[in-house]
Ligand binder design. Structure first.
Ligand SMILES: NC(=O)c1ccc[n+]([C@@H]2O[C@H](COP(=O)([O-])OP(=O)(O)OC[C@H]3O[C@@H](n4cnc5c(N)ncnc54)[C@H](OP(=O)(O)O)[C@@H]3O)[C@@H](O)[C@H]2O)c1
Length: 335
């Protein structure tokens, strides 16, 4: 089979290499899947650049790709929830990625069944950003009727976070590029701010929760719009000690992240709010919850561009260059 691999960490090049490999075998709790399509994420480029080495130290070469949709071809002897020909999707476990491949073996616990109304391309856009949203909203302990600011909501995270936050009964405010305003309003956004024309810190106060997709100096700015006691969950800020503990990282990494993230913990203290960082993990039952919400509300993910598998590097470049209108997808196999 063909797979796209990261051969070495390279800060200057995000290119992966297409290689011929053995089709994977499966363990008792695993499922063999023929991959139909895979979502492409900024995370794929961060892995190639070696930017997440401290959180997940991959042994190279590693097959790239963090999320996919595919068809079950074979199930292990202890697999109980899936059968041959089921259409499934997943964000892959951190220790075993590899969605950019014709076949993949995945533990049952990471998988969920795809709602029928979603096409393969639409389904491939869901797992990683939907789980990111679910895991962030869980940490915020969101309650119906409260408000959330999703920064940069015109990108692929926003395309999932907006409808899921709406489905959880939140009032959703977002900012992003003006060309995507109509699309995010259609996703249910209550208030849109054009980030090139308006400063959200001048128009927003007393927000209950923030999902920070921007990081850097924007993180403190977003803390300033929160109510006292509000929570900001960052996808792009600095990991902190609480994150390292939640992820069960070794003690020395907990100390290191404790030091690295202290600045943000202190800023949160200054603003009287809570700061959390997350790194999205696989979770089949949480993804099934998303699939059920989607099935009921018939939510359609926003798709930006679709590339064939042999153009995987063009897809990675597209994601690296921004101007996102939703998800970039690569198509891999056929039914
Ligand atoms: N920690 C985790 O587990 C996790 C999980 C998922 C994603 N992430 C991170 O979350 C970030 C967003 O991911 P994504 O897939 O949504 O990226 P994306 O698809 O590239 O979208 C980013 C969006 O933000 C907009 N934007 C850029 N600068 C902005 C600013 N200053 N203010 C407001 N909007 C701005 C962009 O608009 P333009 O068209 O103007 O560029 C674009 O629409 C990435 O850094 C990714 O690595 C982390």
């Amino acid at each position: 089979m063909i797979a796209a691999q990261v051969k070495e960490y390279n800060k200057k090049s995000i290119a992966v290499q297409l290689v011929e490999m053995e089709k994977p075998s499966i363990g008792n709790t695993e499922v063999l899947i023929k991959v139909l399509a895979a979502g492409v994420n900024p995370l794929d480029n961060m892995i190639s650049r070696g930017e997440v080495k401290m959180i997940v130290p991959y042994k190279l070469p590693v097959t790239a790709g963090n999320e996919f949709v595919g068809l079950v071809e074979e199930v292990g002897s202890e697999v109980s929830n899936f059968k041959v020909n089921d259409r499934v999707f997943a964000r892959l476990p951190l220790n075993k990625i590899g969605a950019f491949a014709e076949y993949i073996s995945v533990v049952e616990a990471a998988l969920a069944k795809v709602p029928d109304y979603l096409s393969d391309i639409e389904a491939a856009a869901v797992p990683l950003t939907a789980l990111t949203t679910m895991q962030a909203l869980d940490l915020m302990k969101v309650k119906t009727g409260k408000s959330i600011f999703i920064s940069g909501g015109t990108g692929s995270v926003g395309a999932m976070a907006i409808p899921i936050a709406k489905a959880k009964g939140l009032r959703v405010i977002t900012n992003g590029s003006a060309e995507n305003e109509k699309r995010v309003l259609e996703l249910g956004v209550n208030q849109f701010i054009d980030y090139k024309k308006e400063d959200y810190t001048k128009v927003l106060t007393e927000v209950d929760y923030v999902l920070d997709t921007l990081g850097g100096n924007e993180t403190e700015k977003q803390m300033s719009i929160l109510k006292k006691g509000g929570t900001l969950v960052s996808l792009k800020g600095m990991p902190n000690g609480a994150f390292a503990k939640r992820m069960n990282l070794p003690k020395w990494k907990r100390v290191l992240f404790g030091i690295a993230g202290r600045k943000f913990d202190k800023l949160a203290e200054k603003h009287g709010v809570f700061y959390e960082f997350i790194f999205v993990e696989s979770n089949g039952s949480q993804l099934q919850e998303v699939a059920d919400i989607f099935e009921e509300l018939k939510i359609k993910p926003s798709i930006d561009t679709v590339y064939p598998f042999h153009e995987v590097n063009a897809a990675l470049d597209k994601v690296a260059n921004g101007r996102s209108k939703g998800k970039t997808i690569i198509t891999i196999g056929e039914k």
